[in-house]
Design a protein around this ligand. Structure first.
Ligand code: M6R
Length: 601
């Protein structure tokens, strides 16, 4: 979950590298660093904080970053605190090798004790062990390439890594190695780049070669040599990434999160256009996916965080329209505590990034058992889309803010389309989505209402609750995650009926309790639950649907089929979270301790 950029070119590379690193800050922003290797002198600068902090240090120290090859890193700390020493790039003891790392080296302590007892370490990180090992093997007489291979061979099989390594003696080369952590090599006429996410280098190229686990690439300014895990040179075709670099800019918005909330109506339209033809018939879904799903006796949806919440909602489409039983699992739980499966299971992975390590671990284990798998992801060509049997896109465009918004609604819509494709929704989904997009926009256009709700209900609060029943409970989980992860208000989302079984003891005078009431079956019951909290002093805020509205409700959502209500009810929750965070003066896009792509377990 760290951001990595490397560039070896014919022109100066420091500014394009820093620009790329800035784009990847969403992957980690505890600390950052850059190393430029220009043959005669080397420049290493590190800072705590993000790329702007790094630029400040560069300026303060009057560093001249002249050079045509370099590597840089923005960190999300795993081993060792957040300080300059622990920031990457790490340097070998004699200053010959420089390395940046994304991932975790499980056995770094053992390696230190076994091979590096005489080395003076500068940091507490697992990553530094890798660069010191390379240095040791080179001193033992091996080439840089072989030393990198030897270093990798010593890492525990569970270790996740992507490394960029530079050698002062070969200043134009960037050595790249990867296992489990994502890494792409980008090709251009002005040199070649390496990045942990294509978004970081779209200004330079749209053509990439993917690296598979265990492979090493040696990237020079005018060629890329790729080697398999046995050290044998291999060839691989490049692929084109069709994202406009401007899609990754904030444009007129103060924060990516607000931009991405605003884009949800467009995303609904994009999905509809992509998956339906002009005659309302499904398109762009491989018939083999439909067949494999129809052949299955049960679906297992596997996902993490917000994507897991989207899976809870999606379950309803598959059960009601496709008549298949569905179980929804948190990936990190499924991977190590697999339940007894049905005879013919079909696995659906939901993942915005396509790189989530927990989900990938589950995918690896399912594939070992030979079951069919499908990934729904916002990033095609990501690890989980490549490694599953089938993949379908979410069409949401790059999502940069750590707090996921448009990917959640896209995942719900994509699941509804898939369930419609394999079953019978008895609806014209294309028409429904067209209406939903219009309603989404009307809610988005009512921002000031949610700004006021956030201000009135949350300004000085330490805790809050979201409740609902059935589908409204599913949205409550997501609403609570949104609020807590960016505003740091401790928020619980749960099934309203559970209140009286324990949690109601937390209700104090003015504790904010938000309720979703969009499901007719349970509307009366949730109103009862919310009254119970009001009787104990809670400040209650009800978000209802037209059909279930009562006077005094804080916001009434337009009526759409109840099974789709999550697509509307989540938007007020996203906006309330956004404004509550703004009220606290916090950085909405970069909540503390978090990163966008969680590529460690
Ligand atoms: O990329 P993924 O959808 O697999 O990521 C899973 C979670 O890390 C992610 O949904 C996370 O919970 C959200 N960014 C929170 O807003």
């Amino acid at each position: 979950m760290c951001g990595i950029v490397g560039y070896t070119g014919i022109n100066q590379v420091a500014q394009p590298i820093l620009k790329g690193l800035k784009k990847l800050e969403y992957r980690g922003y505890d600390s950052s660093g850059i190393y430029i290797n220009n043959g005669s002198s080397d420049i290493l600068v590190k800072a705590t904080g993000g790329v702007d902090d790094l630029r400040d240090v560069i300026e303060k120290q009057k560093k001249d970053l002249t050079g045509t090859a370099g590597i840089a890193h923005t960190r999300w700390a795993t081993h060792g605190g957040v300080n300059v020493d622990n920031a990457h790039p790490h340097m070998s003891e004699d200053g010959r090798f420089y390395l940046v790392h994304n991932g975790v080296i499980e056995n770094f302590q053992e390696l230190k004790e076994q091979y590096l007892q005489d080395v003076n370490f500068h940091s507490e990180t697992d990553s530094e062990v890798a660069v010191q090992l390379i240095d040791k093997f080179v001193k033992d007489g091996f080439s840089t390439f072989d030393s990198i291979r030897m270093m990798i061979s010593k890492l525990d099989g569970e270790s996740a890594y992507s490394f960029l390594i530079m050698d002062r003696k070969e200043p134009d080369l960037i050595f790249v190695a990867k296992n489990k952590s994502p890494m792409l090599v980008g090709l251009s006429d002005e040199g070649n780049v390496v990045a942990s996410d294509a978004i970081g280098v779209l200004d330079i190229t749209h053509d990439f070669i993917e690296l598979h686990d265990g492979e090493i690439a040696v990237v020079d300014k005018n060629k890329v040599d790729l080697f398999d895990k046995n050290g044998k040179q291999i060839q691989r075709e490049s692929f084109h990434v069709d994202i406009d670099a401007s899609d990754t800019d904030k444009g007129i918005y103060p924060y990516y999160m607000l931009k991405e909330i605003d884009e949800q109506a467009i995303v609904a339209r994009n999905l509809s256009e992509y998956y339906f033809d002009n005659n309302d018939q499904i398109q762009n879904i491989d018939p083999n996916i439909i067949k494999a799903m129809n052949d299955a006796d049960r679906f297992y949806i596997i996902a993490a965080g917000t994507s897991w919440h989207a899976g809870l909602v999606g379950k309803r489409f598959f059960e009601q329209w496709a008549n298949k039983p569905v179980e929804v699992f948190i990936s990190s739980e499924f991977a190590f505590d697999q339940p007894k499966l049905s005879e013919k299971p079909f696995f659906i992975f939901l993942t915005q990034s396509g790189e989530t390590a927990d989900s990938r671990e589950a995918l690896i284990k399912i594939k070992e058992q030979g079951y069919p798998t499908l990934t729904l992801s916002n990033v095609m060509n990501s690890t989980l889309t490549r490694e599953a049997d089938f993949a379908l896109p979410l069409m949401a465009g790059p999502e940069i803010a750590v707090a996921s918004t448009k990917a959640y609604t896209a995942q719900i819509i994509a699941q509804s389309i898939l369930a419609h494709a394999i079953g019978n929704s008895k609806m014209n989904i294309r028409e429904e989505l067209a209406n939903i997009a219009v309603y989404m926009q009307s809610i988005i256009d009512s921002k000031e209402i949610f700004q006021k709700i956030a201000n009135d209900a949350l300004k000085n609060q330490r805790s809050a609750f979201y409740i609902g029943r059935g589908l409204d409970a599913d949205v409550s989980y997501e609403a609570a995650l949104k609020l807590k992860e960016i505003s740091y208000i401790q928020t619980e989302g749960f099934a309203a009926g559970e209140l009286k079984h324990g949690t109601i003891s937390l209700i104090e005078n003015k504790t904010p309790v938000f309720a979703f009431i969009t499901q007719s079956k349970t509307a009366g019951l949730v109103r009862g639950n919310i009254s119970e909290t009001a009787a104990r002093g809670a400040k209650t805020i009800i978000i209802s649907s037209e059909k279930n509205a009562k006077s005094g409700d804080a916001y009434v959502l337009p009526q759409i089929p109840e099974i789709f209500m999550a697509l509307l009810s989540v938007i007020p929750a996203q906006l309330i979270a956004y404004y509550a965070t703004i009220d606290r003066g916090l950085n909405v896009d970069r909540p503390r301790n978090l990163a966008k792509s969680v590529t460690v377990q």
